[in-house]
Design a binder for this molecule. Structure first.
Ligand SMILES: Cc1ncc(C[n+]2csc(CCOP(=O)(O)OP(=O)(O)O)c2C)c(N)n1
Ligand SMILES: [Mg+2]
Length: 358
C-alpha cells in the first residue's frame, strides 16, 4: 500500500503533483480521461459556487458563509473515491464534496440563508447533514460506521473535519472507538492551518496531525491537500482498506484556508498578506490545469464549457433558493429531532401563543 510508505512521525507528505504541476511518474494513478475531466470540472464549479455565495452574502442575500477556496482538491479528490454505498459526514466547508455526492446546491445555499430545510437532503443521498458545532460529526460518523460492521453492511464512512476539531473531545472519542472496534471509517482532517484566528501551533504541539492516529492504533498519513491526485489515491486506498476489514485510517490533508474563516471574519487582522500570497502559488486548480495541459486534455474550449456549465448550475441554485417559501419559526423546533420531545412541543406552543397575541 502506498499509504504505508509515508511515516507521519517523520513529517513525510504524500504528493504526486508538485506546485508547478509536475507529476511523479512512478506514483501517477491510471485514471480515465473522463475522471480527470470531472476532477477539474467539479473543482472549478465548486469555486464558482463558492464565489457566488460570497457575493450573495455581501449583497445581503445570504447569511454568514464559510468559503472553501483552497480546499477544492481535498473535497473533490476524496469524495470521488467513495463508492455508491458509502456515506459522507461532512464539515460545513464541504460544499464541493457534497455536490459530488448528490446534494443539490440550492439546498446548501438555503442552509446558509437560514432555512432549516436546507439540511433535508433528497432520499438516497448518502450524506449526513452538515453541522457547525466543531467536531460533532466525528463520533456520530464513527458510530454509523461501526453499525455497518455490526450489521454486516459493506459500506465505509468518510468523516471530514478541520484541524481545530482535533482539540475537541469528539475527535478523541471517535478515533479511539474506531481503533478499538476497527470501524470502517476514514477520518479526513482538513488541516488548513487555522481555526478562525487560532494558528495550528496553538492547536497542537504534535508535528503532524496524522501521527495522532498512532495513539489510537491505526495508520495516519499526511497528504498534500492541494494535489487532487494524491488526495484521490490516498482516500481510495484508505476506503478500500476499511472496506476489506482493515479498520480506519486518518488522512491529514495539508492545505491552507485561502479565504477569511467566514464572511463574518477579517483574516488580515491576524495573518500576513505574504503568507496568503505564498499559498496562492500552490492553488489546487491551477496545478491540476497544468497537469491536464501536459496530457493534452485541457484547452480553452474545455475551460469555457465548464465555466458556462458552472455558471448555469449556480444561477439555477440561486433562483431555486431565492424562490423557496420563507422559513417559519416552527422549523427550529420541528427539525431538531425526528419527533419533537414534550419539551419542544411545549416551547412551540408557547411561541405560537406569543405570535397569536401580537
Ligand atoms: C463546539 C464549537 N466550538 C466553537 C465553535 C466556533 N467555531 C466555529 S468554526 C471554528 C473553528 C474551526 O476550525 P477548524 O476545525 O480548523 O475548521 P475550519 O473552519 O478551519 O475549516 C470555531 C472555533 C463552534 N462552532 N463549535
Ligand atoms: Mg482549520
Amino acid at each position: 500500500m502506498i499509504i504505508d510508505n509515508y511515516d507521519p512521525l517523520k513529517n513525510e507528505m504524500f504528493q504526486i503533483l508538485d506546485e508547478k504541476g509536475n507529476v511523479r511518474p512512478e506514483l501517477e494513478p491510471e485514471l480515465e480521461e473522463k475522471d480527470l475531466v470531472r476532477f477539474y470540472q467539479y473543482m472549478l464549479i465548486s469555486r464558482i459556487a463558492d464565489e457566488k455565495a460570497f457575493a450573495l452574502q455581501r449583497e445581503g442575500r445570504m447569511g454568514t458563509y464559510p468559503q472553501l477556496k483552497g480546499h477544492e482538491a481535498i473535497q473533490i479528490g476524496s469524495a470521488m473515491a467513495l463508492k455508491e454505498e458509502d456515506w459522507m459526514f461532512p464539515v460545513y466547508r464541504d460544499l464541493g464534496a457534497m455536490m459530488i455526492r448528490g446534494v443539490p446546491l440550492y439546498l446548501i445555499y438555503l442552509y446558509w440563508m437560514g432555512f432549516e430545510v436546507g439540511s433535508c437532503f433528497p432520499e438516497g443521498v448518502k450524506v449526513f447533514p452538515f453541522t457547525v458545532p466543531v467536531g460533532s460529526q466525528i463520533s456520530i460518523g464513527m458510530g454509523h460506521a461501526w453499525a455497518a460492521k455490526l450489521k454486516g453492511e459493506k459500506r465505509v464512512n468518510l468523516v471530514s473535519f478541520g484541524d481545530g476539531a482535533t482539540s475537541e473531545g469528539d475527535f478523541h472519542d471517535g478515533l479511539n472507538f474506531a481503533g478499538v472496534f476497527k470501524a470502517p471509517a476514514v477520518f479526513l482532517c482538513n488541516n488548513n492551518q487555522w481555526a478562525i484566528s487560532v494558528p495550528l501551533d496553538r492547536q497542537t504541539s504534535s508535528p503532524t496531525i496524522a501521527q495522532k492516529a498512532l495513539a489510537y492504533g491505526f495508520k495516519g498519513i499526511r497528504v498534500d491537500g492541494n494535489d487532487i491526485l494524491a488526495m484521490h489515491v490516498a482516500t481510495k486506498e484508505a476506503l478500500g482498506k476499511a472496506r476489506d476489514g482493515g479498520g480506519p485510517t486518518l488522512i491529514e490533508a495539508y492545505t491552507y484556508r485561502m479565504s477569511d474563516h467566514t464572511t463574518a471574519d477579517d483574516a488580515s487582522r491576524y495573518r500576513t498578506e505574504e503568507e496568503v500570497k505564498e499559498w496562492e502559488a500552490k492553488d489546487p486548480i491551477h496545478r491540476f490545469k497544468i497537469y491536464l495541459q501536459s496530457k493534452n486534455i485541457w484547452n480553452e474550449e474545455l475551460e469555457a464549457e465548464i465555466r458556462k456549465e458552472g455558471t448555469e448550475i449556480v444561477a439555477d441554485a440561486v433562483k431555486r433558493s431565492e424562490e423557496a417559501a420563507p422559513p417559519t419559526p416552527e422549523e427550529i423546533f420541528k427539525f431538531t429531532y425526528k419527533e419533537m420531545t414534550p419539551q419542544l412541543e411545549e416551547q412551540l406552543e408557547e411561541l405560537q401563543r406569543a405570535i397569536d397575541s401580537r
